[in-house]
Write a protein that binds this ligand. Sequence first.
Ligand SMILES: [Zn+2]
Length: 1020
Amino acid sequence: MRKLITLAFSFLVMASWGQQNYFQQEVNYTINVKLDDRNHFLYGDEKFDYINNSPQTLQYIYIHLWPNAYKNQNTAMAKQLFRDRNYVFFNALRNEKGFIDSLDFKVNGQKVDWKLDDEHIDIGIIYLKEPLAPGKKCTITTPFRVKLPSGSISRLGHVGQSYQITQWYPKPAVYDAAGWHPMPYLTQGEFYSEYGSFDVSITLPSNYVVGATGNLQTKKEIAFLDSLAQLPIVNESTMKADTTLPSSSKWKTIQYKQRNVHDFGWFADKKWNVRKGEVVTPYTKTKVTTWAMFTPQNADLWQKSIEYINDATYYYSLWNGDYPYTQVTAVDGTISAGGGMEYPNVTVIGNASSEQDLETVIMHEVGHNWFYGILGSNERDHAWMDEGINSFNEDRYMITKYGEDKKGEARMSKLMAAIDLGRMNARDVSMLTYLLTASYDFDQPLKCHSNDYLSINYGANVYKKTAVVFFYLQQYLGEELFDKCMQHYFSEWKFKHPQPKDIEDCFEKISGQNLDWFFQSFIESNGKADFSIRSAKNKKQADGTTQVVATVKNYGSITGPCNVTTVNKDGKTQTQWTAPLAPGKKGKVYFDLKDNVKIDKVIVNYDTVIPEISYKNNQYRMRRLLPKNEKMVLRGLTGLPNRDRTQIYLLPAVAWNSYDQWMAGLMFHNQHVLNRQWQWMAAPMYSFGQKDLVGVYSAALRWKKFQFGAQGRSFHSGYQANLLSSSSNGHQFAEKYQWNQQYIKWTSKGDPAQYHKGYKTEIMINYITVQSDIKSDIELFQVVRKRNFIQAHFNTQWKIGNRASVEYAFHWSANTDVKNLGSQRMTTFNYSYQYHPTKDNRKFQLNFFSGANNNQLLSLWNPAGMTANMDYSFSQYYFGRSEYDGILSRQIAPGYGQLMANTNQYFNLRLMSLNAMLRLPADNVPVSVFVSGAAGFQRNSPALLNVSEGEITTSYLWSGGFIVHAFPGIMDIYVPVYVNEPNPNLLTKKGKFNIWKNVMFSLNIPAMNPFNLVTKTIAR
Ligand SMILES: [Zn+2]
């Protein structure tokens, strides 16, 4: 009985507390290193004491040898860069690569066995001869040599004689309650290291300026830096013309020491300006020395760098806890892994585009001293704990320092300002960045491993989503309580390895609230927030005062509280929060009216605190007939969603075809910068050729994986002058068509984390109506022809590895009007292989097509490709829909028949074709070669409409030639040079094949469906 109680009790404790029996290892380093700045090598000797504080006996120690990440194309870093289409390392020359060697590990003075990890050459395993018991210490030594790679690859390296010495020495992996954490070096994905102390002595030519982790011990070097800090700043105009600064023949050895850090980075350059400052921490009043080191090229931009470092140190201390070290340095480097990179006490900053940009990067990197340096979470597994919470502090810093209204106009072009993007502060930018990925639903949960993020999501989710959801939490808890929680987390976990549960526990303990909703909703899932107001009612109280009761509903897929604000006639506001609401749940808030001042509006998410994917129905206007109605406004281009207004956007629209000639009009649409569930557009245009109204429209509603939509087109499609020429006698004939489609589409939503492998399936059911009107001033020729089609379409695509993909599609179409007019089936199978490792367009493609008819009146098969007269369901836009000769008749939709040459043969039963295309391996010649073969089957049926009986004849056709990719993705030109059975009408006078008369082209006009255009551009 007693046992049972203890068991239940310990479960309870486990459930409420993160890490039980917490321990952490300790590693204390002494490193001597010499820089060879001629050959770009480091020569080092390392000794470290490894203290086993775990309750386990260790048989081996994992050790990171990260310079080996730069050794060859098989390392995890090489593969990741390649996957993310960064080809700098792939194209790196031999001497731009790097490695670590000359290792000879000894444990307590004795040589030991060690080896490289089987999979990752930047991880080693040291086998201990004597197992290391709990509480015991061993001393490990090794010499090492590092070949420094080019600094343009990732974090370690050199650009000329500017050195960024990071992730450079052999370093044990973390051993914690979950066991060993060996990890290969990655560019996208950071680190996890043991705390301890560093004693590092660096030997290098004496005219180098060095910025490093730790406190400088060498008196002479301190004096050297102090003297540099007094010199006037050298900028580009005062810089000596001769920019090569030879290294001094004298050498110096400078020593740094630091405790309670988990890494050591150093940076060296001979040209740096040095500036020194000081800041006092807000609580312990500790003096912190600040250093800025920057090149003459960036000197003007870096003028206020000390101010940025000081302010960052001050604000981070104020909000999170005092800076526990005594120096902060920022150096101007040529970092290639993002805008800057953090190391304890020292940060390296990349080239910035403006002062604002530079301040943001410096303060962000300095801020990492807290979220990475002092709070040593596992960055690889839980990147939101460092990058995300740091980004939250970054937005807070910019807004605290420059005000809510400090907008980024300076960085935005006029166009950006016109579409609302110029009026944003740092937090608005974070919000928009996150919502872009969320509205298109390719955002990923924050719990993902760093290497599993799409590179866009690593920024937009790990950094920006965390920043906005912590702002939401801060506003919900209130700033004061939030800061107390964060400060508690800081003091509990400083110089330790906190896990996600630990930060949750700290927040719950201090706030006294269950915050599962926050961590479940925003860390574990990629659910979306969306609240709306349902009603707001006046209610008389017993004491005669009035109370307003507002009801809100959670339309999103996360659980969270919702804030409701009342706005009085005089503009005064009052805000209240609901309790956290589960999806679909309603909540109420009550406002007592003070002095009976009437409330004008009740607004959900008034200050845009909640990252909602829709602001629809966020406002309730009291005493109005239609209280939820928003004002409608017309605007140019596009813009951001707006709570107060229904915005309709306007764009000029222009089009052309042979019959309408030029057309001009306006496109109206409701698509703002974020994707939305309900989209529509309409572009009415005036046809100058026909003096008539034409145009396109579409409307679609997304719901989960479904899309329900309608779209249509109406244009003129011919004069019919040919057909009617004998009777036309100067009369006017015009044919106009109206094409309408209603559809349901289902699209599989692959896990974005699987994007690099990738598959996508789409199933679509269409109902199409095509109506053609022939108008004439002769009544007899006024004809209306109407046909209906039902179509089903299945398409699936796989990526096979990085370079090959396969696509299979099946399309079935039936005419629903006339019973015997039957159906048509098409199957396509495409294989594509990118034969060049880094150039996307260097492809080899194999395309198979098979089409079968059961009635020839639906359409015949043209082996050239789908020409306008084959497009019975009007699915494509043709410049000359009714043309039988001339250039406009040669527009084809590729992928149907694939001869790409006119044979003047058509088949009523079946067509099969196989086509191979190879893009030429030349950059400036956008040309492919193709060969195609087709087999056409014709039933010479006794009954005109019936192809189920009669003799079948078969024709074999083949062709070859070139494809000129005139406007890639929009227009291709097909130039056949050989066809075995050319069209007899297109021969030269001498009866030979005429290439020019056989040239065909294809057009892909995305404007005919602007939604796809927007989606594709952003999702890429
Ligand atoms: Zn960062």
